[in-house]
Design a protein around this ligand. Sequence first.
Ligand code: ZN
Length: 297
Amino acid sequence: MTPSYLKRLAVLCSILAISGCGTTSSKDSGGTSDGLLVVNPKLSIIQGPASAGVEARKQPISILVLHHTASSLPSALDTLQGRTKGHKVGVHYLVSAEAPKARIFRMCPDSLAAFHAGKSAWGKFESLNQSSLGIEIVNYDGNINPYPQPQVEAVLALAQHLVTTHQISPENVVAHSDIAVGRKIDPGSLFPWEYFAANGVGAWPDAKDVQVFRILLKSKKLTNPEIQQLLRAYGYRLDDNTDKTLGLAIEAFQRHFRAAKVDGVADDDTVAILQALVKKYRSAPAKAATPAPSRRV
Ligand SMILES: [Zn+2]
């Protein structure tokens, strides 16, 4: 990042600290002072430049979507402000990759809907821009580049604040790749979902359940229709029942919950994790998907 760029950003921030980028509501992340909102000792938010792709929100906030930018911070800021060609895009928060402390920019208030999800679906929700908040995390590809710890801590503090403020349930903290099966791969398999879940953000299966399901699968495999049913029960949108679509949905699932091997193959480990998640967070679609209560390991 160049000094002149930083200067330009500082000017923009100071202007927007005065004007904001839209309306605010009591459910937004508090008030600002000198462009910096200090939510708690771990979370300070900079009032950033206004995101271009926003509109009035007509649905309550139910979902938090995480993204990687696939670009540098300056490039992401340009895109989010509508300075690059193409569709208007927008997002609520942008988190830099800087050390020792990542910066969090608020690009539009939570009370507005931002154009970050695109064609998307999750459970009963369609076109998630209206029902979600978005966080863009600066990383060229989170399937290749690990997220630096200062950035992880910044995103975690922000996400903890957002899920608490808007009462977003664990299974509704999702990857862009979860809600746009076969179309998106962000924030990637290196995003630390398990660490987030251990710190109160997002879903993660109970290891004991996974172990039980894994043992049961050794004697009885699930059929493709049963696996499709489980994926749909958890939230994934499969547009058809073809093997290709099933493979893409499994790949998205693995990117989030079984990052050690993302190959689109519904092996026992992957299916056991899926069954454990459905058991924990969604009502099981079929009795066959739940281990008998009498079984012990
Ligand atoms: Zn994305």
